[in-house]
Design a binder for this molecule. Structure first.
Ligand SMILES: Cc1ncc(COP(=O)(O)O)c(C=O)c1O
Length: 394
């Protein structure tokens, strides 16, 4: 056996082996998954914009006008009109001075954190932050202090211990696997008190919460006050790519120091065109966000009514606690047989023993589809014996 085969075998034994499933067609509320029709309940296409005609047409029009690719990084020859236009729109939407596009949310987090914190400094990261934040902290070479989830007292004591080495507090706005919202006002206050910056990742907040879907920072009334707000174009905005919003000075610094920005090809014009069309729709149809939030509430309520533990979810991200990896995947498969697709989530995406199905509501689901799906998941859970899940919110 090769060492790779051995490592694959070990993953299988631990119930952590992953395989790709094939979705046929666009990310609609129902899809064919490996040939089987299912209700799609784990896409981040929260507002249905990835499969909306105007957004697809805008992507196609941008490709026809500007080309299929950008040809180079922004600092070489890849800086094009659609990039500049989208950055201006994003900055205005988020209430910040300027915005800067990145190739993806993963790259934005990796680049911004590593640019803003360095050796000899301390970054404070919530224990449930997304892997791209974790990797950004590693790349920065700063000391990383992981504080207990949303625990302000713990964070305050860590900040006191770090003294003037405290550099950056970083948090998901809406937590990607739990669906709860970070206490941003208190985090900003702590940052200010200890001379640190605050960075918020709005990947699951943009288009989902806050006035007109402006995100968790706007929801907390802090637009323009948080040092760096990162978000992705790949979820509610239905496209691909990402952005950081900050002061003009900070953006100028990122242009000069964020390595994933400097050393990677600019996003394609089609991605910028699609995101611009998505912002047009979001601004013209705030009702979409309301529909998403109403659907999320229906989903949380219906899953809860089946005796399933949805933890501290307050948004469209709705986890159903299971516990161990094998039981989680058994429930995932049984739910699929009943026509419901919510992916099982295992370590390292979530901590050991807190495996779950991660449901996501979309604005394009019909309420009755959500309640019927919850009944199917409840029945599947009883069939596979997931009746006393380990609680998510300890
Ligand atoms: C909180 C969070 N940040 C960043 C990312 C990465 O964004 P992208 O998919 O654009 O790389 C994700 C996506 O999974 C996420 O959940």
């Amino acid at each position: 056996m090769t060492d790779v085969a051995e490592r694959l075998e070990e993953l299988r034994e631990r119930g952590l082996h992953r395989r790709l499933r094939l979705v046929e067609g666009a990310q609609g509320p129902t899809v064919a998954l490996d040939g089987r029709p299912v209700l799609l309940l784990c896409s981040n296409n929260y507002l249905g914009l990835a499969d909306r005609a105007e957004v697809r047409e805008a992507a196609a029009a941008a490709a026809l006008r500007w080309g299929a690719g950008s040809g180079a990084s922004r600092l070489i020859s890849g800086n094009m009109e659609p990039h500049r236009e989208l950055e201006a729109r994003l900055a205005a939407f988020k209430g910040c001075e300027e915005a800067l596009l990145f190739g993806s949310g993963y790259l934005a987090n990796a680049g911004v954190i590593a640019a803003l914190a360095g050796r000899g400094e301390v970054v404070f990261s919530d224990e449930l932050n997304h892997a791209s934040i974790v990797d950004g902290c590693r790349l920065s070479r700063a000391e990383t202090v992981v504080y207990r989830h949303g625990d302000l007292e713990h964070l305050a004591s860590c900040l006191r211990r770090a003294g003037d080495r405290a550099s950056l507090i970083v948090t998901d706005g809406v937590f990607s696997m739990d669906g709860d919202v970070a206490p941003l006002s208190q985090l900003l206050e702590l940052a200010r008190r200890h001379g640190a910056r605050l960075m918020v990742d709005e990947a699951h907040a943009t288009g989902a919460i806050g006035p007109g879907g402006r995100g968790s920072v706007a929801a907390a009334g802090l637009s323009g006050e948080v040092d760096v707000v990162v978000g992705t174009l790949g979820k509610a905005l239905g496209s691909y790519g990402a952005y950081a919003c900050a002061s003009a000075e900070t953006i100028e610094f990122l242009v000069n120091s964020a390595r994933p920005f400097i050393f990677s090809t600019a996003p394609p014009p089609s991605a910028a065109g699609a995101a611009l069309a998505a912002l047009d729709i979001l601004e013209a149809e705030p009702g979409l966000v309301e529909r998403l939030q109403a659907n999320a509430e229906i989903l949380r309520g219906a899953l809860g009514a089946e005796g399933l533990d949805v933890g501290r979810s307050a948004t469209q991200v709705v986890p159903v606690a299971v516990g161990e990896a094998e039981a989680t995947m058994a429930l995932c498969e049984r739910a699929l047989e009943r026509g419901v697709f919510a992916q099982g989530i295992r370590p390292p995406t979530v901590p050991e023993g807190s495996c779950r199905l991660r449901f996501t509501a979309m604005a394009t689901h019909r309420p009755q589809e959500l309640t019927a799906a919850a009944r199917e998941v409840g029945a599947a859970a009883r069939e596979v014996g997931v009746t006393e899940p380990r609680a998510l919110a300890a």
